[in-house]
Write a protein that binds this ligand. Sequence first.
Ligand code: ADP
Ligand code: MG
Length: 156
Amino acid sequence: MSEIKLFIEGEQTMQHLGARLAELCGGRGLVFLDGDLGAGKTTLSRGLIRGLGHEGPVKSPTFTLVEPYEIGTVRVFHFDLYRLEDPEELEFMGARDYFQNDALCLIEWPHRGAGFLPKPDLTITISAEANGRSLSLLPQGPRGESWCAVLVQEFK
Ligand code: ADP
Ligand code: MG
């Protein structure tokens, strides 16, 4: 499957998209979130993490680099690599242990971790457009393809 394009209007719909992706992935996988500051990467992550059942706040991990969540048996690691100076820092943080098959990793600014990060299941690139956001979803494996097949039907 190739790239799919969606237009998502408003923060609520963005969070709803995240919640659907949460249901589809069941709290497992690796998702890259690309796009400028203010694109909506954290908003989409918030929808995903809440969609998995987290009830507290979902803050941007800009300063902490990673925020971990434990939601029942599901583990989520939400990264924001904007302030990462060298991909090697991820090694020092012990991030390799996070990229396991039974966890969901969401990564904002994935290019900053190039060379260290494994290949994702899905890359979502977001750009601001008028009163909404255009999203490009690029599946990079069978899991990502199956999620996208559903999302394109529901959000096109
Ligand atoms: P990023 O993490 O990419 O820097 P944020 O998620 O913090 O960006 O979002 C920045 C702003 O974009 C927020 O004010 C949010 O309400 C708004 N926003 C997010 N998604 C959408 C959307 N689909 N349509 C309109 N506004 C959106
Ligand atoms: Mg952000």
